[in-house]
Design a protein around this ligand. Structure first.
Ligand code: F1P
Length: 313
């Protein structure tokens, strides 16, 4: 394979061309329950994350930004310290934080590297990184590497959720229910009517807002589907105009009062289950993959995307 201009060799851990379309994504998303259990047992790595009570910012791009949002919300909710989440390109980091945490599977994303470089020597930086040989490892004060969660598919599934499993464990949560619910999500038969939905809007509250954004991104990346995502209480402030028969509104976690009936009144499908929201994300990933194969798309190599965005050059 020739190297595209401006893309580092690290950006080329792309799918094996001989694999069948979407095979990497299928294998990687199915491995999530086992890999989360592994992350939950990594007490050394959890101990490298900022201590309870510290004020921190968490940054990333794309999927990694959405995981930053989920972590920030959970850390605040659990009273573990003020936590802000920013897209790396729009981060307000000069706010006397005790630490800035960067999440990135590739460790090569330009906006993340530039931000961490700018912060060198000014604030403690921690990277949560998939590729242990990537340039970010040497740029941050502390690198938490999760090579066992790295992926061949361009579309991220397990690195993102494994980072979140590590964060949840570091905040004192048990991952047992998430792991067992995800085992079900990996095996269950998908409803063909859900898979064939005309449009999806994903909703969440608190930490599941980030998961909703991530599910919507997954569906766009893998299957070029029309998706939207919002904090659940924002949904009735306009976006509900999109709801209609043949379309799906999918809430992660406990929904707000009356939301189900308001959605059902539009004729749209309301999807919501009392399981761990990370297991619901796994189900959404599977729907994305099923829609990609139904459309003859290769979810491992989506249109216009590369493993990481490396700018300039
Ligand atoms: C971030 C990211 C992905 C996205 C796309 C481009 O990568 O934005 O979320 O799906 O493939 O890169 P990273 O910084 O986590 O490696």
């Amino acid at each position: 394979m020739t190297q595209p201009a401006g893309v580092s060799p690290h950006a080329l851990k792309n799918p094996d061309a001989s694999a069948s379309p979407g095979a990497h994504m299928a294998e990687e998303l199915a491995s999530q329950p086992d890999i989360w259990a592994c992350a939950a047992s990594l007490h050394g790595e959890q101990g490298m994350l900022p201590r309870h009570g510290t004020r921190i910012a968490v940054v990333g791009c794309g999927t990694s930004w959405f995981i930053a949002q989920a972590y920030a919300s959970l850390r605040e909710q659990r009273g573990r310290g003020e936590t802000d989440a920013f897209a790396a390109s729009e981060a307000f980091v000069d706010r006397d934080y005790d630490a800035v945490v960067a999440i990135t599977r590739s460790g090569t994303t330009t906006e993340v590297l530039e931000l961490m470089d700018r912060l060198r020597g000014r604030v403690r930086t921690v990277g949560v990184i998939g590729d242990p040989e990537s340039p970010l490892v040497d740029l941050v004060d502390d690198a938490v590497t999760l090579p066992f969660a790295d992926e061949r598919s361009v579309v991220q599934t397990r690195f993102a959720t494994t980072a979140l499993a590590l964060f949840r464990a570091s905040l004192g949560e048990s991952l047992d229910d998430a792991v067992s619910d995800a085992r079900q999500a990996v095996l269950e038969e998908l409803d063909p009517v859900l898979v064939a939905s005309d449009q999806f809007t994903f909703l969440g509250r608190g930490w599941t807002v980030g998961l909703a954004h991530e599910a919507a991104l997954k569906m766009r990346e893998a299957s070029q589907s029309w998706t939207e995502s919002y904090p659940a209480m924002e949904y009735r402030h306009g976006p509900i105009a999109i709801a209609a028969p043949g379309r799906t509104v999918w809430h992660f976690g406990e929904p707000p009062a009356m939301l189900a009936s308001d959605v059902l009144a539009t004729g749209a499908r309301f999807e919501c289950r009392s399981v761990d929201p990370m297991a619901e994300l796994v189900r959404a990933q599977r729907v994305a993959l099923a829609r990609a194969s139904a459309r003859g798309l290769d979810a491992d190599a989506p249109r216009n995307l590369t493993r990481s965005v490396v700018l300039g050059g």
